[in-house]
Design a protein around this ligand. Sequence first.
Ligand code: SF4
Length: 784
Amino acid sequence: MLGATGALAGGVSRIWAIPDEWREKLRSGPRLETWKVSTCGQCPAGCGIRVRLIDDIPVRILGNPIAPVNSGFACPMGEAGLELLYHPDRIAAPVRRKGKKGERGWEPVSWDAALEQISQALAKPGKGKPPGPFGFLMGDRNTLLTQLAGEFASRSGSSHFFPWRIPSVNELGFWQGGLEYPPLAFDLTRTDYMITFGTNLLEEPLSPVYFNRIYGKLKGERARTGLKMVHVDARMSQAGRNATEWVQIRPGSMGVLALGLTYVILRDNIYDQDFISRHTQDFRKGSDDFQTLVTRDYSPDRVSEVTGVPAQTILRLAREFSSAKAPLALAGGTMASSEMELFTQWGVASLNALSGSFSAEGLWRDPAPLPWDPFPVSAFSPRSGAFSRKPEYGLGSDLPASWMAENLPALAEAGKLPDLETLLIAHVNPVFQASNQKAWRDWLSRIPLVVQFATMIDDTSPYADLVLPLTTYLEQWDLTLPTPNLPFSQLGLQQPVVPPMSGARPLGDILLSLGREAGVDLHPGSNGKSYEEYVEARMKQIFASGKGTPFFEAVSLEFLEDLRKRGWQVYSYPAFGDFWRLLQEKGGWWDPGEYPAVDWKRKKKFLFPTTSRLAALLKESPVPRPERDGETKDKTPNLWLEEGIRRPDGPNSFILVPFTSLMNMTGDGASQPLLQEMFGLYSRLYWQTWAEMHPERAKRLALRDGDLIRVVAEKGQMTLPVKIVPTVSTEILSVPFGQGHAERGRTPKQIGANPVAMLDHHADPLSGRNSWRSTLVRVEKINR
Ligand code: SF4
């Protein structure tokens, strides 16, 4: 113990800025060990954590063994959380930019003066000047706080609340297929054949610890169950490494492969005709139906030509999928992004519909709603070309504002977003994360007041007028909401394990106080109360519903299954106070619930894609639709979409494919040295960015492992070491995302490059989301 605390007080002080009084306590305190539970806030998955404290000072983070989503495990980001808490470059007081937008240079400003400036800008009519249009851009960590922020924007009269997040698996396809939102949840343990179209459940922020556990279990049992897992992608991600088969494909062409599989299934008549006739629409209705679309354009030979997947493989995969008892096809995530992302997911949803597995017991289920009033959300209406607070979900035609977040500058340019007078930004770094970074810099420079809430100065800060310091998730209250796609509900309770760092404030309390100033009652009947009380009030609603229970013991997947089979009883708590105390002791609430099949009698019918529907959607494209060389008017919309699939056009030409890893999903991890140490775990290249190339291409370019290359894009260039690996297709140059910051504390400066900054700005015209698979680059060897 002595050694550990001694090292803590001395050796790590260069990367951990421990307050002076704590340092003294660590040297001379009684060295009493305690543990506190909370919920990780490094990504939206909401894993339960246990924090080890010595003399009330956090020294280690581990997983909470009784949190159902992670059962005691934590990923590297979760374990590195203290590096965020103790980061030496956290801002400790509000600052105001001194020079012009884009310039670095700050002067201190008091909290009162900063909040007064924001309140003035957002003042309601009658309380001062009328408010100008304002927006709120927020990195969506799947928390109650995100919902409060949406409520704050909406009640203050703004339709412009933009949560920034990667859509859930299948979200885009289910949306257009007319199924409700959020998308149906799935249970991987019930499938005997799974095909993932780019979806990398093991390294994306959906719930990586949970899915790593499930993959481990499924792999361990494979010899007995015969489960087959097929992963389709241009790069072998962790999902590919853990699959039984990796199918290499040309980037951006996964939707064509999905429809190629449906071609074989239809031709061989091996689909669930009963499900199709009872629960779907537009399968067959003359000349403009799904069957016509597929049989016209997706024969195995043509699909093979477009995707690079052999026709024999297409035939085999289709037959394997349709002969499985409970087949499951998944699409979505960063690795599945392309200019036909929505159409791809729609094709994959159609595969599931054809198999009839949507109605299989336990494989899919309706998402379990929380017993809360729905929160207001903003959505983009293609018909009116504007954002609204009353989206029409039923038709699946209004698009969630989260899909549009990255493209706000383009929407503003096209007149689909008013000239904002104020923009609030929290928990997101668009000038680093977006592919259209120049457009973001220009747009932010035009907005009169940009306010950033952050823990440290980052790449976006120079375009903010005010930066207000936030507490980390280890110093505040919140609830992490259930993750879509999991077979149970969980609410993770975040509670402070230490008091807030001096000068920083929780965003929840800031919003409640701004709301009060503006006369907006965000917390009815509790004027002047804190965000902690807001969280408590939500849990009172859960308590009153009688559903679920605080975490109670370590839950294995088998035990969960047993609970469902045998039924289970909720402990009864005499009063909310007992329930609330237990929540704080255990770290959260969960409800394994029942797991019935989807109620298709009640549900709307699944809509298959058709030529006319695609044409109508393309006409309403939320982002300006680009002209393409050689475009002809008689080209059908699905074939027009295929023109976004790129091919290298010369011996040193590649498709640039950025990818994310578990060490750094959003780029924020670059400021945490522990994550930098692990960033190159598979490449053995640490604290830098590298480029992965197939051996065949490397040989032709006379490159050896570790050689430096210049990657030249239209937007700029990067110098990177090359890593020669057989786990990428010959057409791509694969580069990890996360490095190349201009600002984010001292650690990441001068380290690596940002491949996303090199991407051409190509968006999927149906969803508005930017593509990470559409940029050609040239590679030049650097002779040393
Ligand atoms: S998966 Fe996300 S929530 Fe879970 S430990 Fe890792 S970073 Fe934290």
